[in-house]
Design a protein around this ligand. Sequence first.
Ligand code: MG
Ligand code: MG
Length: 629
Amino acid sequence: MKMSIATVSISGDLGEKLQAIAAAGFDGIEIFENDLLTCSRSPREVAAMVADLGLETYLFQPFRDFEGLPEPLRSRALERARYKFELMNELGCDLILICSNVSPLALGGVDRCAADFNALGDIASRYGIRIGYEALVWGRHVFDHRDAWEIVRRADHPNVGLILDSFHTLSRKIDPATIRSIPGDRIFFVQLADAPLFDMDLLYWSRHFRNLPGQGDLPVGAFLGDVLATGYAGPLSLEVFNDQFRGGSPRAIAADGLRSLKYLVDGVARREPALAVASPTMPPRIDVLGVEFVEFAADEETAGELAATLGALGLAEAAQHKTKAVTLYRQGGINIVINTEREGLAHSAFVAHGLSAYAIGLRVADAEATMQRATALGSTVFEQPVSSGQLRVPAIRGVGGGLLYFVDEASELANVWDIEFTPIDESTNADAGLLDIDHVAQTMDYSEMLTWILFYRSIFATSKSPMVDVLDPAGLVRSQIISNDAGTLRLTLNGADNHRTLAGHFISEAFGSGVQHLAFRSSDIFASADAMAARGFLPLEISPNYYPDLRARFGLADDAIGRLRTRNILYDRDGDGEFFQFYGRRQVEGFFFEIVERRSGYDGYGAPNAAFRIAAQKTHIRGPSIPRA
Ligand code: MG
Ligand code: MG
């Protein structure tokens, strides 16, 4: 299938847009008229530039307010169209998008509109032009693809067909399965966009909040399945109007765009193998079996502070790398690696970000298949020289230039700790009841957030929750959960709008996006808290006003509240179960640890407590969670 994108989806001038689109690997474009009008090149020069970049112009758009007009407006609209057809001949483009009329002067009537399109079809055929009619969801009389199709059907002209746009169908909750009864050869073009679910004015929603398939909440995959079931085999084109994209990097948005289309087509190919229009070209989305390790880049001083905190959390120094300055700390299923090498990516990460959790190792069934899928979706492979006796652990670039390693259970990679490390006697350190890594919180500029949602969702079998607003005293932080059904991968992505929020401060202090906190799961959070306190661990102190309010909110008894308060444990409850959490103090560069306990199926992250946590963190001077020696 040909992959296309509308020039309006990307920032920059027309030249920058086209270069970014070509570099990402698209086959062709829709030229948005404004991009042409504001460009200093002639239509013929633009056509040459498009061809030089190996692209095709599939569509010219939009032509507005055409059908159903009374005279003399009708004749003027036909004349206006004639001028556009001449321009399109110079541009080397043979398909124009006509969107449904929004003018208050437009008259309704299916037959009137069909007659207008039949007349325009005759004119267009003299220029070798085809016309595609799109129902805008805010059209005056036509705002449903079923009505647009009826007008096209009655126009009964070979040069007049239908254009479908996922946003216009799905934003009005029109059942996309209704598309299946339209003959595929009468569909001239298909535009795709997703959007977050908002209850707002449709025009405003469309012009500002559309995003790429996979980034929003609309069933774009089902829509595409219905389109392909008609036999439509033309281009699939992204048409996205988004305020973030307008300020984003053209190349990054184009690359995300191609990733989103490949992900979408892969999903349809798997759900509807009978369509046979798109057979899967990559392994299916990868099941993550767990977080195998998190690796920190550090120097000697920060490594010492981090190791002290880990010790207080009950993680024992478990193994030493045979050839490198890399130490493994372990408790239960938690593996934390501290890397103080003075070369390689860990060192660069330390120089750039200071102490930082720059690499995450994910346990998968097949690391090779994971790499295949990730690279098919445009991920950047990471490799650095390995010495003898060291495994080449497959890795790709992730958030903030950090790494995602993949360790599987089928190959030698399963034994990476035994092969590369020498064990240290662990008997000296009794643990604190921690089981595994519950979640990894990554913080980024809000402008990058959609990129990472698509990244995780397209490569791994995960779903995303609706976006939640977290109130920081200095502004808003938007939080989005990416997780799998088994709960073996839980990521919280936090997008900061400004640098005065705690999340934003983290980004500026750490010179970029990255892991802001790491949550460990306990089997008994009270016992864990006491064991850690005995080792000198200092939890984040929560405002005393938080606790009496628990009685009002949840009806907790005084002694239960007292048990929480003395340990600075925060509490939440929903229809499924209960949640307990406490935090360490901010480590260097704003990073911190969290301890959680989930009871009877609670699947959230204590979102109502986030504001209390942030307020507490802002009143504390930065420092490690154990007293300095
Ligand atoms: Mg459209
Ligand atoms: Mg958390």
